[in-house]
Design a protein around this ligand. Sequence first.
Ligand SMILES: [Zn+2]
Length: 253
Amino acid sequence: MLRFLPVAFVLCAVLAAAAVAGTARGPAPPVVVTQAQAPAPVETTTTPLATTPAPAATTTQQARPAPKPAAPRPRQGRSRALGKPFRGRLAGGVPLPLESDDYVTWDPILRDSPNRVWRTYGTDRLVSLIQRIAREFAADHPEASRIVVGDLSLPRGGNFGRQYGGLGHGSHQNGLDVDVYYPREDGCECAPSRPAEVDQVLAQDLVDRFVATGATYVFVGPRLRLTGPRPVVQKLVHHDDHLHLRIPKPATR
Ligand SMILES: [Zn+2]
């Protein structure tokens, strides 16, 4: 019995260290634990398998392999934006992959890349649009850095306020909003810290591309020289380092 104590002590120390590491990045979001993200149940099959040898495979078993699960097929339009961007929810949202050849994601609270996945959920239409614009921007500006994408919505939408760090988001609640950081003059794939760092030519190009997709709004910073058709393009405080894109809510049948 005693010889197990050091093992138990080491295990506790490891678990305690893991708990500290888990809290060092701030409080866990209260509504972001989804089925897929929930901790895996404790493995219970190890002991029986170790003490009970598996029977040898028979000819019958080899002739009847277990069926393969069908690969999920992404379906356009499966997500639903419920309610309003500033008071709503997201059903069937999908995460934006954290990085590609054409973009990176950025965590505005940790100020690091990539973003945490629970901050990157949107409707599948929004996620597809971001990927397409990033691809087209990269093709037309091969010398430019990848675009830097910030927060979308939480996995099930809802309030994305100060409890998730920083100023929080007034909207970003139903999968139709995304923040995109302006390209920087120095090519850093990170958020600009002041307007002088923004490459305004490339930033204007991004604004124009989003307007051309039929955006509902593109909010831009008042200290920049970015323009566009009103009322789609509007200047808004706290947008001197990123633009905020809102896409239309599809008509429901
Ligand atoms: Zn925003």
